[in-house]
Design a protein. Structure first.
Length: 531
């Protein structure tokens, strides 16, 4: 969630590139350590002289409800790859390069990173920046005066408060409901001009709640704005049209998005029918790949096939209805990637994945778990069975896209013509790094130096762990190298590290070969990273 109070100046003179990078690092770190609960980005003004152009102190904070950090370790977490979880499993990995780089970027802007944390309850990373700011002329939004009473429905208390504060800026009175059932009770007893409805709620989600609202003739035309975190979700898109949903707003909710939707709900005080606010859909991946989907539920199979096809129109899909069929089809077809349901008849997803890993050609194929069991430890059980990644149901198109991008966009099937550029980028896509990190050469140079140090240190640790015959340590180091390499678009290192992380046995020639490949690749990359 994002909390930006109404008193925040509209304009500020600040290094936007570095500020954005710091916030991205903090949010990524918060997401990594927060399995359940919430993450909040908050911006507030600590001091303001009240003049038109003014020097103000703004506090930026990222709060999470994750595992928290013990007091005696709070200083250490600002060292690259320190971690609170000290077990050999290294469930959470390290805090990565983010905090080290963030502190250095903030020092350039006159700030420093600070931390408040309670073990088991969460952490808040924050920093203060002194910036020149200007309030500017207020934006006038038409037609909002037609809305006198509005209902906000969201199961998260912080989200309800944020939306209530936004609506206060337009002098709109609102009631708050924490569930779909509460919303139905309020609508049955009160008149509302519009409803802001969250999609993701327990017991009764937003779409089911809206469906019940529409069953009542007195509220079948009630204007409703749906709040959703999945703009590409086919279910939401289809249901929005069927249920007469006026607009959709993508979380985290921004004031301008809410204002725009509210202003479009009415024209001269009369409700108007409009289509949802359009969004730019990502372009499909034009890559020919063979995808095996193992799923016993016909509805889930259809959903998975549809999403894969939308993301990769040229992909060929093989269907398996149970684990035995999945293992046999893999042996016969050697697909490029496997989506594996966990709960299936005859042979479950765990055993099917183990069977595939025992095949000669199945040791490196990405196997992605599809499971409704989004509970603590589920991902670890999937990885222990030899799977590469984990998707919790209900999954959305953007999640499928991320997985396919992660595991398939590194494949090069030829080295002729235009593929030569792709082959070069297999090692290090500097242009992609510049694009993602906003062409900040100072940041990129320091970032890549740290990446190089991580790779060389990781290689040394791999060799030592191999000498000790410590497979768990090798898998853990592979995971650490993979995360660093992926963030710098080092495709081959990422691929090799993934195979190390997926290793299931110490015996045989696989590990020495992978460590040798890693050493050769790092020797190739080092001059590129530190130039």
């Amino acid at each position: 969630m994002t909390y930006i109070p109404s008193g925040l100046p509209r304009f500020a003179w600040v290094d936007g590139v570095r500020l954005k990078q710091v916030l991205i690092n903090l949010l990524s770190n918060a997401a990594k350590f927060t399995e359940i609960g919430e993450i909040e980005l908050k911006v507030e003004v600590l001091s303001n002289q009240g003049q038109a152009i003014d020097e103000v102190i703004c506090r930026f904070s990222v709060r999470d409800t994750g595992i928290g950090i013990k007091a005696d370790k709070q200083e250490k977490i600002f060292t690259a790859f320190a971690q609170e979880d000290g077990t050999t499993t290294k469930k959470y990995g390290g805090t990565g390069l983010g905090l080290t780089i963030s502190n250095k970027l903030l020092a350039m802007m006159g700030g420093r990173l600070q931390l408040d944390s309670i073990p088991g309850k969460g952490s808040t990373f924050y920093f203060d920046l002194s910036v020149k700011a200007e309030q500017g002329l207020p934006t006038a939004w038409g037609n909002t005066n037609a809305i006198r009473k509005l209902l906000v429905v969201d199961d998260n208390e912080h989200n309800r408060t944020i939306l209530q504060n936004m609506l206060m800026l337009f002098s709109i009175d609102c009631d708050l409901a924490g569930s779909g059932a509460s919303a139905l009770d309020l609508i049955a007893t009160k008149d509302y001009d519009a409803v802001l409805m969250d999609y993701h709620m327990p017991q009764m989600d937003g779409l089911e709640t809206i469906g019940r609202i529409r069953q009542n003739r007195s509220s079948e035309k009630l204007p409703i704005i749906l709040l959703t975190s999945s703009a590409d979700d086919a279910t939401v898109t289809t249901a929005s049209g069927l249920l007469g949903i006026k607009h959709r707003v993508i979380k985290p909710v921004k004031l301008n998005d809410v204002a725009l939707c509210l202003s479009r709900l009415f024209e001269d005080g009369v409700p108007v029918t409009e289509q949802p606010i359009p969004f730019s859909a990502p372009q499909p991946l034009n890559q020919e790949s063979l995808i095996l989907i193992a799923e016993d539920n016909p509805a889930n199979m259809f959903l998975a096939k549809t999403m894969v096809t939308r993301v990769m129109p040229h992909a060929k899909i093989i269907e398996a209805k149970n684990g035995v069929e999945a293992a046999n089809l893999y042996r016969e077809n050697d697909p490029d990637l496997v989506f594996m349901d966990i709960q299936m008849p005859e042979m479950n997803g765990y055993d099917a994945s183990r069977a595939i890993r025992h095949l000669a050609q199945g040791k490196a194929v990405p196997i992605i778990a599809l499971t409704a069991g989004n509970v603590k430890g589920e991902k670890e059980r999937c990885l222990a069975a030899g799977m590469s990644d984990f998707i919790a149901k209900p999954f959305v198109e953007d999640t499928i896209r991320q997985v396919l991008n992660k595991y398939l966009n590194l494949t090069v099937k030829s080295v002729s013509g235009a593929d030569m550029k792709v082959l070069k980028n297999q090692h290090f896509d500097r242009e992609k790094v510049k694009e993602i990190y906003m062409d900040d050469e100072l940041f990129i140079a320091e970032f890549l130096t740290l990446i190089n140090q991580t790779l060389t240190g990781g290689l040394s640790d791999l060799k030592k762990s191999y000498e000790k015959k410590d497979l768990d340590a090798i898998k853990s180091i592979g995971h650490k190298i993979k995360g660093a390499a992926a963030s710098a678009y080092l495709a081959q290192v990422t691929k090799i590290a993934q195979e190390l992380e997926d290793a299931t046995v110490f015996e045989g020639g696989q590990l020495p070969d992978l460590i040798n490949q890693m050493e050769n690749e790092i020797e190739l990359l080092s001059p590129m990273l530190v130039q």
